[in-house]
Write a protein that binds this ligand. Structure first.
Ligand SMILES: [Fe+2]
Ligand SMILES: [Fe+2]
Length: 482
């Protein structure tokens, strides 16, 4: 497969065209799940997608898109997915994967009606049927549409794939709670000066990488639920998850992602040596106590350096432990005598750590649950505390209404955000599971898509008015969401 190195992003034509096509086509495909084929919105989506396809066919003779593992090839040249387009590619990838379709080809110019037939055909396919592609091609032939063809998705033996979304959820949940168990074990083994089970940690982080690469919503959802009892253990796991998901979006290769996860998991390892009275103190810390608290990055670094069996991995882990409070402009702690730039791992973990530490539902938390506010603070401090480029990717990833947010709708209904929108322009329109009150508690109702339009008024059916604090309503988000 010929591969070109991108010069400047905007000059790489296949990436530009491929990104445009995937964006428009994905929107259209999603539209078919919300509206029937007579709806005006569908016509609009068709009219947006058609010129993209036809102009490529005109200039290049064809439009051919192929998925190989998690890469996209556009007319046989690999697309370099930019971070802000990542979510849409991922969502498109998932839709295709579910249907076992790995290739799409437009060989001549397409008519709007034909594109419509094709996209409804695609959208109506059953999940997880390997011979879907044969069915589609046959149907196209039958309907005399000879400009479009599809091909089967190639699967590779080493790919651990969960096509079914329930299976993926189960797998993610297992990884999450096993990781928490592991962090507990680690804390104990450090307190008792025993050796750490490094292999187990590595394996778990590889599993987390696998789960996140397929669909990061399940693990991000678990990380976003902040009302577990044992926050300390969750924090380490959450930071690892944010780091892996973020690392993936900025293009860190798979083999390094599990190292990034490890660095996230152990970034606060130095806290195991900080007295409990200081760690758990709810009131203000005295200057001496602050000093002790602020020594945890250095203590963590020392602890990691002592673990000889970790080999080269320890260098990466030190980056997380030592740098996560340093800040992008190095005004944090520990104070450095010689200025240098933070490492990439350090910059990533700083962001996950800050966010997770602020959204926790604790008495001394000044901003519980209001993720918007925290993301705003992060944006404000971008370039000072945080790497500006990575902050932008992080905000895209979390969304303005993160998974598990309790929201009030303009219909006076209450609901939980269960899926954030891949499309950055529609970030304020996630999928929401409505809640209803019966027998003294809130229960799950149907899931609604806030992108859904009301046909008569041409306005959205439901919109978010504001976020609510689940504690005020006695709602256990974790229980309802997972
Ligand atoms: Fe820390
Ligand atoms: Fe931390």
């Amino acid at each position: 497969m010929p591969e070109e190195k991108p010069t400047l992003d905007h000059e790489h034509l296949p990436t530009k065209l491929g990104t445009e096509f995937v964006g428009k086509f994905y929107r259209l495909l999603k539209g078919t799940t919300l509206y029937d084929r007579k709806n005006v919105i569908i016509d609009r989506l068709i009219q947006e997608c058609l010129p993209v396809i036809n102009s490529v066919v005109q200039s290049e003779g064809q439009l051919f898109i192929k998925i190989v593992r998690d890469n996209f090839f556009f007319n046989n040249i690999r697309i370099f997915v930019k971070a802000d387009k990542y979510a849409i590619f991922k969502a498109f990838w998932l839709e295709m994967r579910r249907r076992w379709i790995g290739e799409m080809e437009f060989s001549t110019e397409v008519k709007g009606e034909h594109l419509k037939d094709f996209v409804y055909l695609l959208s109506g396919l059953e999940e997880n049927n390997e011979s879907n592609y044969l069915y589609v091609n046959k149907q196209l032939e039958y309907q005399n549409i000879d400009s479009i063809h599809v091909g089967k998705l190639e699967f590779f033996k080493d790919e651990e794939i969960y096509i079914d979304s329930e299976d993926r959820k189960k797998y993610s949940k297992e990884v999450y709670f096993k990781s928490i168990g592991l962090v507990k074990e680690v804390v104990e083994s450090i307190n008792q000066q025993k050796a750490l089970n490094i292999r187990k940690a590595k394996r778990l982080m590889q599993n987390a990488v696998n789960a996140i690469m397929q669909d990061d919503s399940a693990l991000l959802g678990l990380a976003n639920i902040k009302n577990y009892d044992e926050y300390t253990f969750n924090h380490s796991v959450n930071v690892a998850i944010y780091a892996i998901a973020l690392g993936q979006r900025i293009g860190i290769p798979k083999k390094h992602l599990s190292h990034l996860g490890m660095a996230g998991l152990f970034h606060d390892i130095g806290k195991t040596r900080i007295p409990k009275e200081i760690l758990n103190k709810t009131g203000k810390l005295s200057p001496e106590e602050w000093l002790t608290m602020r020594s945890h990055p250095v203590i963590g670094t020392e602890l990691i350096m002592r673990m000889k069996e970790w080999g080269e991995l320890s260098t990466r882990m030190i980056e997380g432990a030592f740098e996560h409070h340093l800040r992008y402009d190095l005004t944090g702690y520990p104070r450095l005598t010689r200025k240098r730039r933070l490492t990439l791992f350090g910059r990533i973990i700083t962001i996950g750590d800050f966010y997770d530490a602020l959204v926790r539902p604790r008495v001394y938390n000044r901003f519980p649950y209001v993720s918007e506010k925290i993301l705003g603070i992060m944006l404000e401090r971008s370039g000072k505390d945080f790497d500006p480029a990575i902050v932008k990717v992080f905000i895209n990833m979390i969304g303005i209404f993160p998974l598990g947010t309790l929201v009030l709708l303009n219909t006076n209904e209450m609901g939980l955000v269960t899926q954030i929108q891949e499309d950055t322009e529609l970030m304020d329109r996630p999928k929401v599971c409505l809640l209803y009150y019966s027998d003294g508690e809130y229960r799950k109702g149907k899931v609604v898509d806030l992108r859904e339009m009301d046909e008569s008024s041409e306005d959205f059916k439901r919109s978010i008015v504001k976020t609510l604090d689940p504690n005020e309503y006695n709602i256990n988000v974790a229980e309802l969401l997972i």
